[in-house]
Design a protein around this ligand. Sequence first.
Ligand code: NAD
Length: 519
Amino acid sequence: MAAATLTEFRNEPYADFSQPDNRRAMEIALQQVHSEFAREYQLRLGGEYIATGDKLASVNPSSPHEIVGVHHRATPELAGRAVEAAWRYFGEWSRVPAGERIRMTFEAARILRRRKFEFDAWLVYEAGKTWPEAEADVSEAIDFCEYYAREMQRLAGPQPVVQLPGEHGEMFYIPLGVGVVIPPWNFPLAILAGMTVAALVTGNTVVLKPSSETPTIAAKFAEVLLEAGFPEGSFSLLTGSGAAVGDVLVAHPKTRFISFTGSRDVGLHINQLAAKTQPGQIWIKRVIAEMGGKDAIVVDSDADLDKAVDGVLASAFGYQGQKCSACSRAIVDAKVYDTFLEKLAAKVRNIRVGPADDPANYMGPVISQSARKTIESYIAVGQKEGRVVVGGQPVEGDGYFIPPTMIADVDARARVFQEEIFGPVLAVARARDFAHALELANDTEYGLTGAVFSNNPEHLREATERFHVGNLYLNRKCTGAMVGAHPFGGFNMSGTDSKAGGPDYLLLFLQAKSVAQRG
Ligand code: NAD
């Protein structure tokens, strides 16, 4: 495909569910997807479909007795075979012209767009996303395909180098080899699709190991890739437990790189294991790791408090606080602390929690029973470390529901102020002044997102310079990064400083070759 034929990248518009047509289409998609519940999916190793018999059922977290999909757990032996198969096919795939791979990636975007409500519905049922959250996830997956296809077009040709007299110089990018792609469950389509197509469009082969919480969405995306023309050998889909097969995939001597998004602890484990050279391994593995966050929103004394309240509410409780970018710390100038707290608490008390398929609910369930237990144990810790202003009331239904919870008056050493909880729990701390607020915001091992609400240009400038996060937002919420506009990824323990959806990202999946010819 010639560069001239490409239109400029534009973010995929969200379906407006206040429109009766869209509502109706979504209701039909939910019914359709519900009728496909409990279907069985096999592993895919290259072109081979495999049933191990060791089954894994994914459930609807809004109603856990409902089985969304039944999958087969991969074994360590199959994990090894998947890497070998990917290695064997790499030579052929890496020579497929970039234009073909770009065309397939655009095709994947087109298919996702065509099946958008269906994917929305899978996200509602398997990941517990409300309609708008599911729609944002699917739109982002489309954006990643559209954006990386264009980026590959930019990187496909020869890159400029200085020409020496009597010599012709060239530099071009080639793929790395076999990539192990390990996404989390919280953006089970967007992140999975983004990491996978980034690796494929650049000419690498992929072993994809989705989260065991959301394997059906992964199986559906594998269908999209095959329909889009990606050859069977270009990727394998290995469902199952990360702990069981992860180490084999990461340690395998033929694995060239690992693209991981998930928690800090698993990311650090992968990084350590990948650094250990295995017998027969002839390269240093590359690790691209995007990890957790403990993201803060600073509210200055002169901020528009209503806007700040709305920004904190959306960032802390959208998708039940289960975003790496979620605001889990509000740091508020003492002069407006009480007013802010009162205004926020009044709104948070009105948040409706319930099954994600009911569009009247602003919050759905958390992902699993074990996530619920962890979050509840943090709330118990928070009761000792601060003052629970909102939360604690039971939510009807058998889903994994947790009411939105605000814990005020916490200090910087509190565990609820330092540790990633990954649920609808907001710690609120009082700052003496703006400088103190920034100090508290930076008092974390993470550095993913952050926001500042202020009307003081000097304070906004100071935050731009000193608030050490990969994604900083001024006078807006700290979630909702858009591909292309907000290249996404954090500092410190939030990852390896990569920026998904940005112009540097595909380079992480490529290496440059320089050729100089005389005569
Ligand atoms: P997780 O670390 O538990 O799991 C992530 C993936 O790793 C899953 O596919 C899991 O099966 C796999 N895994 C588990 N053990 C493994 C092992 N030993 N070897 C290889 N793979 C293994 O994280 P999660 O609960 O799925 O996701 C939530 C976390 O992800 C949060 O910490 C959140 O902040 C983070 N996250 C970060 C970003 C970002 O862009 N920085 C985006 C989304 C989520």
